[in-house]
Design a binder for this molecule. Structure first.
Ligand code: G3P
Ligand code: CA
Length: 237
Protein backbone atom coordinates (compact mmCIF):
# COMPACT_ATOMS: atom_id res chain seq x y z
CA UNK A 1 0.00 0.00 0.00
CA UNK A 2 1.30 3.43 -0.91
CA UNK A 3 2.55 5.64 1.92
CA UNK A 4 -0.25 7.89 3.06
CA UNK A 5 0.36 11.58 3.59
CA UNK A 6 -2.34 14.06 4.33
CA UNK A 7 -0.35 16.95 5.66
CA UNK A 8 1.21 19.17 3.09
CA UNK A 9 3.99 20.64 5.21
CA UNK A 10 6.52 18.84 3.03
CA UNK A 11 6.41 21.23 0.06
CA UNK A 12 4.14 18.71 -1.59
CA UNK A 13 1.00 19.90 -3.30
CA UNK A 14 -1.69 17.30 -2.69
CA UNK A 15 -3.44 15.94 -5.79
CA UNK A 16 -7.17 15.64 -5.26
CA UNK A 17 -9.35 13.97 -7.88
CA UNK A 18 -12.61 15.89 -8.41
CA UNK A 19 -15.56 13.45 -8.32
CA UNK A 20 -12.83 10.82 -8.76
CA UNK A 21 -11.19 11.16 -12.14
CA UNK A 22 -13.97 13.13 -13.78
CA UNK A 23 -11.87 13.94 -16.83
CA UNK A 24 -11.57 10.24 -17.67
CA UNK A 25 -14.46 8.27 -16.17
CA UNK A 26 -18.09 9.03 -15.26
CA UNK A 27 -18.10 11.30 -12.19
CA UNK A 28 -18.76 9.90 -8.72
CA UNK A 29 -18.58 6.23 -9.75
CA UNK A 30 -16.45 3.46 -8.28
CA UNK A 31 -14.52 3.23 -11.55
CA UNK A 32 -13.82 6.95 -11.39
CA UNK A 33 -12.44 6.69 -7.84
CA UNK A 34 -10.31 3.68 -8.78
CA UNK A 35 -8.96 5.56 -11.80
CA UNK A 36 -8.06 8.54 -9.61
CA UNK A 37 -6.10 6.29 -7.27
CA UNK A 38 -4.35 4.64 -10.23
CA UNK A 39 -3.43 8.15 -11.41
CA UNK A 40 -1.71 8.84 -8.09
CA UNK A 41 -4.34 10.84 -6.24
CA UNK A 42 -3.52 11.75 -2.65
CA UNK A 43 -7.22 12.30 -2.14
CA UNK A 44 -10.55 12.03 -3.91
CA UNK A 45 -13.40 14.50 -3.72
CA UNK A 46 -17.03 13.33 -3.86
CA UNK A 47 -20.54 14.68 -3.20
CA UNK A 48 -23.20 13.19 -0.94
CA UNK A 49 -26.98 13.39 -0.71
CA UNK A 50 -29.40 11.36 1.42
CA UNK A 51 -31.80 8.85 -0.13
CA UNK A 52 -35.43 8.73 1.00
CA UNK A 53 -34.59 5.84 3.34
CA UNK A 54 -31.57 7.58 4.87
CA UNK A 55 -28.60 6.17 2.95
CA UNK A 56 -25.64 8.36 1.98
CA UNK A 57 -25.61 8.46 -1.80
CA UNK A 58 -22.58 9.62 -3.79
CA UNK A 59 -23.94 11.90 -6.49
CA UNK A 60 -23.45 15.56 -7.33
CA UNK A 61 -26.90 16.82 -8.34
CA UNK A 62 -30.12 16.85 -6.32
CA UNK A 63 -31.65 14.73 -9.08
CA UNK A 64 -30.48 11.69 -11.00
CA UNK A 65 -31.55 13.18 -14.33
CA UNK A 66 -28.19 14.38 -15.68
CA UNK A 67 -25.98 11.44 -14.74
CA UNK A 68 -28.24 8.35 -14.97
CA UNK A 69 -30.86 6.82 -17.23
CA UNK A 70 -33.56 7.65 -14.68
CA UNK A 71 -35.40 10.70 -13.47
CA UNK A 72 -36.19 11.89 -9.96
CA UNK A 73 -34.98 13.62 -6.84
CA UNK A 74 -32.39 11.66 -4.81
CA UNK A 75 -34.11 12.57 -1.51
CA UNK A 76 -37.38 11.12 -2.86
CA UNK A 77 -36.00 7.74 -3.98
CA UNK A 78 -35.05 4.72 -1.87
CA UNK A 79 -31.64 3.09 -2.13
CA UNK A 80 -33.22 0.17 -3.98
CA UNK A 81 -34.82 2.52 -6.48
CA UNK A 82 -31.59 4.47 -6.95
CA UNK A 83 -29.70 1.22 -7.55
CA UNK A 84 -32.08 0.28 -10.36
CA UNK A 85 -30.72 3.08 -12.59
CA UNK A 86 -27.41 3.12 -14.41
CA UNK A 87 -24.71 5.61 -15.25
CA UNK A 88 -23.42 5.25 -18.83
CA UNK A 89 -25.54 2.08 -19.10
CA UNK A 90 -23.28 0.03 -16.84
CA UNK A 91 -22.37 1.63 -13.52
CA UNK A 92 -24.49 1.86 -10.37
CA UNK A 93 -24.77 4.97 -8.22
CA UNK A 94 -22.49 4.20 -5.25
CA UNK A 95 -23.21 4.66 -1.57
CA UNK A 96 -20.59 6.37 0.57
CA UNK A 97 -19.69 3.17 2.41
CA UNK A 98 -19.13 1.39 -0.92
CA UNK A 99 -16.65 4.10 -1.87
CA UNK A 100 -14.86 3.92 1.49
CA UNK A 101 -14.56 0.14 1.17
CA UNK A 102 -13.17 0.48 -2.35
CA UNK A 103 -10.67 3.15 -1.34
CA UNK A 104 -9.65 1.14 1.71
CA UNK A 105 -7.31 3.83 3.07
CA UNK A 106 -5.33 4.17 -0.18
CA UNK A 107 -5.96 7.93 -0.18
CA UNK A 108 -7.94 10.47 1.82
CA UNK A 109 -11.56 11.26 1.04
CA UNK A 110 -12.98 14.76 0.75
CA UNK A 111 -16.68 14.31 1.45
CA UNK A 112 -18.69 17.30 0.23
CA UNK A 113 -22.03 17.60 2.02
CA UNK A 114 -24.60 18.71 -0.51
CA UNK A 115 -27.17 19.38 2.20
CA UNK A 116 -27.54 19.87 5.92
CA UNK A 117 -29.44 16.59 6.22
CA UNK A 118 -26.25 14.65 5.41
CA UNK A 119 -24.10 16.01 8.27
CA UNK A 120 -25.16 13.69 11.07
CA UNK A 121 -25.02 10.51 8.94
CA UNK A 122 -21.59 11.41 7.59
CA UNK A 123 -20.26 12.00 11.11
CA UNK A 124 -21.67 8.63 12.20
CA UNK A 125 -20.08 6.86 9.21
CA UNK A 126 -16.67 8.46 9.80
CA UNK A 127 -16.84 7.55 13.50
CA UNK A 128 -17.72 3.95 12.56
CA UNK A 129 -14.78 3.63 10.15
CA UNK A 130 -12.41 5.12 12.73
CA UNK A 131 -13.56 3.05 15.70
CA UNK A 132 -14.31 -0.26 13.93
CA UNK A 133 -12.23 -0.33 10.74
CA UNK A 134 -8.94 1.21 11.80
CA UNK A 135 -9.26 4.40 9.74
CA UNK A 136 -8.18 7.72 11.24
CA UNK A 137 -9.14 11.37 10.96
CA UNK A 138 -6.41 12.00 8.39
CA UNK A 139 -8.36 9.84 5.95
CA UNK A 140 -11.25 12.31 5.87
CA UNK A 141 -12.02 15.94 5.26
CA UNK A 142 -15.63 17.11 5.22
CA UNK A 143 -16.43 20.18 3.13
CA UNK A 144 -19.56 22.10 2.20
CA UNK A 145 -20.87 25.37 0.81
CA UNK A 146 -23.57 24.91 3.44
CA UNK A 147 -21.79 26.36 6.45
CA UNK A 148 -24.65 25.36 8.77
CA UNK A 149 -23.91 21.75 7.83
CA UNK A 150 -20.25 22.29 8.74
CA UNK A 151 -21.27 23.78 12.09
CA UNK A 152 -23.35 20.69 12.71
CA UNK A 153 -20.35 18.46 11.95
CA UNK A 154 -18.18 20.48 14.34
CA UNK A 155 -20.86 20.36 17.05
CA UNK A 156 -21.10 16.56 16.72
CA UNK A 157 -17.38 15.84 16.54
CA UNK A 158 -14.56 18.28 17.27
CA UNK A 159 -11.88 16.14 15.62
CA UNK A 160 -13.27 15.72 12.13
CA UNK A 161 -11.34 17.82 9.61
CA UNK A 162 -13.37 20.50 7.97
CA UNK A 163 -12.91 22.27 4.64
CA UNK A 164 -14.82 25.52 4.18
CA UNK A 165 -16.05 25.80 0.60
CA UNK A 166 -16.56 29.22 -0.92
CA UNK A 167 -17.24 30.65 -4.35
CA UNK A 168 -17.52 34.30 -3.34
CA UNK A 169 -16.33 36.08 -0.21
CA UNK A 170 -12.85 34.90 0.78
CA UNK A 171 -12.53 37.23 3.78
CA UNK A 172 -15.78 35.95 5.25
CA UNK A 173 -14.69 32.36 4.55
CA UNK A 174 -11.37 32.97 6.34
CA UNK A 175 -13.20 34.27 9.43
CA UNK A 176 -15.59 31.34 9.37
CA UNK A 177 -12.75 28.83 8.89
CA UNK A 178 -10.94 30.26 11.92
CA UNK A 179 -14.12 30.22 14.00
CA UNK A 180 -14.69 26.58 12.99
CA UNK A 181 -11.07 25.55 13.59
CA UNK A 182 -11.18 24.28 10.01
CA UNK A 183 -8.32 22.32 8.53
CA UNK A 184 -8.68 23.90 5.12
CA UNK A 185 -10.37 26.50 2.99
CA UNK A 186 -11.56 25.34 -0.44
CA UNK A 187 -12.03 28.42 -2.66
CA UNK A 188 -13.05 28.68 -6.29
CA UNK A 189 -9.53 28.96 -7.75
CA UNK A 190 -10.48 32.18 -9.54
CA UNK A 191 -10.76 33.97 -6.18
CA UNK A 192 -7.25 33.09 -5.14
CA UNK A 193 -4.13 35.28 -5.22
CA UNK A 194 -0.64 34.87 -3.86
CA UNK A 195 -1.50 37.28 -1.03
CA UNK A 196 -4.71 35.49 -0.09
CA UNK A 197 -2.97 32.12 -0.11
CA UNK A 198 -0.33 33.41 2.29
CA UNK A 199 -2.94 35.12 4.47
CA UNK A 200 -4.91 31.89 4.84
CA UNK A 201 -1.84 29.74 5.48
CA UNK A 202 -0.50 32.23 8.08
CA UNK A 203 -3.64 31.45 10.06
CA UNK A 204 -2.77 27.75 10.07
CA UNK A 205 -5.38 26.87 7.45
CA UNK A 206 -4.56 24.88 4.31
CA UNK A 207 -5.67 26.01 0.85
CA UNK A 208 -7.33 23.57 -1.58
CA UNK A 209 -8.65 25.43 -4.64
CA UNK A 210 -11.16 23.86 -7.07
CA UNK A 211 -11.73 22.95 -9.86
CA UNK A 212 -8.41 23.65 -11.55
CA UNK A 213 -8.40 22.07 -15.01
CA UNK A 214 -6.27 24.32 -17.22
CA UNK A 215 -2.47 24.11 -17.34
CA UNK A 216 -2.06 27.85 -16.88
CA UNK A 217 -4.31 27.95 -13.82
CA UNK A 218 -2.50 24.95 -12.35
CA UNK A 219 0.79 26.79 -12.79
CA UNK A 220 -0.64 29.83 -10.99
CA UNK A 221 -1.86 27.70 -8.08
CA UNK A 222 1.55 26.06 -7.85
CA UNK A 223 3.25 29.46 -7.85
CA UNK A 224 1.00 30.52 -4.95
CA UNK A 225 2.17 27.37 -3.11
CA UNK A 226 -1.33 26.12 -2.34
CA UNK A 227 -1.52 22.96 -0.23
CA UNK A 228 -3.59 20.89 -2.62
CA UNK A 229 -5.36 21.16 -5.97
CA UNK A 230 -8.77 19.70 -6.78
CA UNK A 231 -8.90 18.77 -10.47
CA UNK A 232 -10.68 16.62 -13.05
CA UNK A 233 -7.32 15.96 -14.73
CA UNK A 234 -4.85 14.58 -12.19
CA UNK A 235 -2.24 13.98 -14.88
CA UNK A 236 -1.96 17.74 -15.50
CA UNK A 237 -0.56 18.17 -11.98
O1 G3P B 1 -15.37 20.58 -3.66
C1 G3P B 1 -15.03 21.40 -4.73
C2 G3P B 1 -16.05 21.37 -5.83
O2 G3P B 1 -16.44 20.04 -6.03
C3 G3P B 1 -17.25 22.20 -5.53
O3 G3P B 1 -18.11 22.35 -6.61
O4 G3P B 1 -20.14 21.88 -7.91
O5 G3P B 1 -18.12 20.50 -8.28
O6 G3P B 1 -19.44 20.24 -6.19
P1 G3P B 1 -18.99 21.19 -7.27
CA1 CA C 1 -18.09 18.66 -5.13
Amino acid sequence: MKAFFYFSGMNKILKIGHRGAKGYEPENTLISFEKAIEMGADGIELDVHLSLDGHLIVIHDETIDRTTNGKGVVNELTLQELKSFTINEKYAIPTLDEVLDLVNQRCFINIELKGQDTAEKVVQLIEHYISDKNWNNNHFIVSSFDWNALQQVRFLNENIRIGVLTESNLDLAISFARFMKAEALHPDFQLLTNEYTAKIQERGIQVFPWTVNEKEAIQSMKSFKVDGIITDFLDLL
